[in-house]
Design a protein around this ligand. Structure first.
Ligand code: SF4
Length: 401
């Protein structure tokens, strides 16, 4: 288990004691700021908090105390005052998708004239351009393509690694990998082993959204909670690290967010394979769900869940604030509310921006944001390995569309 927090695992409360897994009726463990203060003191002293405590903190804790506690716990994990970031590019190899997710503005159904599949040459061109711009890797994702064989993915990964062995491949969300099963007829272990052999370094935690089927099944037509977790667990068993995400604002009930955190923490207890947790907010523009839920989660609410995530997830080292969905200003504030990472410059992004996340940042802007929050910027790759400091390339110091 990854635990650099200094927290004492033996002193932790039984997190399942008050959970909602069986009935969906989780109640907060308290309803006053004073009682929440006691939970925060307990967490700071090294005792694991329960899921009901997490819900109580999100709903009732004094904001200042909540944020300060999350910040202190971040300091235990990361005493070096460094906030990390990555320069990479999202390559979306295809938008053709057999799933229907009401929160998604990116996908096109098979046969849609706007559907695309990048050629190998186009992917290589994007990789070459990323390297020229000072990027260290790619976060690669697509839709759930109905008939691409596994060899298409393995040959593509292999050909990138042959040209650029150091280029970091953070590719294919658990939802995509789950879909590879029905296309290929292979099991998860076979699929993931072949992808790893071909050069896959780690897996991004896309498609996590809210890991509670009561809301999940209303928002997407593929990949249940258990199926998403099974892909992550199998990857961890094969020593493929993954990240975990949480998308809030889908119309979920508040307790479901706490349940989501619990499912992630429980799996991390078993495998230790999550390298980071990234909460972000639903972007409604151009989505079917946006017609029902047109408003974004308010920044303060996002911050409260960011802080609760840091306090609750005592076994995940890194917490990333999502500047892309909440903006650079909230991103800066998040660095004092539990986050130790500000994510990616994102030389290219196609999935969330089309749903209305129109924030833009350069490497210079991310570094300045980190410094304004009182930290030193530290470059990393998508696997959270620190990279040597280097002069910021002029190209990533300008805005890139
Ligand atoms: S979120 Fe992913 S799986 Fe869902 S429709 Fe969009 S591309 Fe397809």
């Amino acid at each position: 288990m990854i635990d650099k927090s200094g927290l004492d695992p033996n002193a932790r409360a039984d997190s399942r004691a008050q959970t909602c897994a069986a009935g969906g009726n989780l109640l907060p463990s308290c309803e006053s700021a004073a009682e929440c203060d006691k939970i925060l003191q307990t967490a700071l002293a090294g005792t694991r908090i329960s899921t009901a405590d997490a819900l109580a903190l999100a709903l009732h804790a004094d904001e200042e105390t909540l944020f300060a506690t999350a910040n202190q716990i971040r300091e235990k994990f990361h005493p070096d005052s460094i906030v990390t970031y990555v320069v990479d590019r999202n390559i979306n190899y295809s938008n053709i998708c057999t799933s229907v997710c009401s929160f998604c503005a990116f996908y096109r159904k098979p046969g849609d004239p706007e559907g695309y599949l990048l050629s190998l040459d186009e992917i290589h061109e994007k990789v070459d351009e990323t390297i020229a711009l000072g990027g260290s890797g790619t976060l690669m994702q697509g839709g759930l393509h109905p008939d691409l064989p596994l060899s298409w993915y393995t040959q593509m990964l292999r050909s990138i690694k042959e040209r650029h062995p150091e280029f970091y491949l953070h590719c294919f969300s658990p939802t995509e990998i789950h879909a590879f099963k029905s296309v290929t007829g292979l099991d998860l272990e076979q699929i993931l082993s072949q992808l790893k052999d071909a050069g896959l370094d780690s897996i991004p935690g896309g498609g996590g959204e809210i890991l509670v089927d009561a809301i999940r099944k209303r928002r997407r037509s593929s990949c249940s909670t258990d199926e998403w977790l099974e892909v992550s667990a199998t990857a961890h068993r094969l020593s493929i690290p993954t990240t975990a995400t949480m998308m809030i604002g889908l119309g979920e009930e508040t307790w479901m967010r706490a349940e989501h955190l619990q499912r992630i923490r429980d799996l991390q207890d078993q495998t230790g394979g999550f390298i980071s947790f990234i909460p972000w907010t639903f972007q409604p523009d151009n989505t079917a769900l946006g017609r029902k839920i047109p408003n974004r989660v308010p920044p303060r609410e996002y911050s409260r869940w960011l802080a609760v995530s840091r306090i609750f997830l005592d076994n995940i080292e890194n917490l990333q604030v999502s500047w892309l969905t909440v903006g650079l200003e909230e991103g800066r504030l998040g660095l004092r509310r539990g986050a130790n990472d500000i994510g990616s410059v994102m030389i290219e992004e196609n999935v969330i921006s089309v749903a209305g996340a129109d924030h833009k940042a350069t490497e210079v802007m991310l570094r300045e944001t980190i410094e304004q929050a009182g930290f030193r910027p530290g470059l990393r790759n998508a696997g959270y390995r620190r990279l040597p400091d280097r002069p910021v390339p002029i190209s990533t110091g300008k805005e890139i569309d």
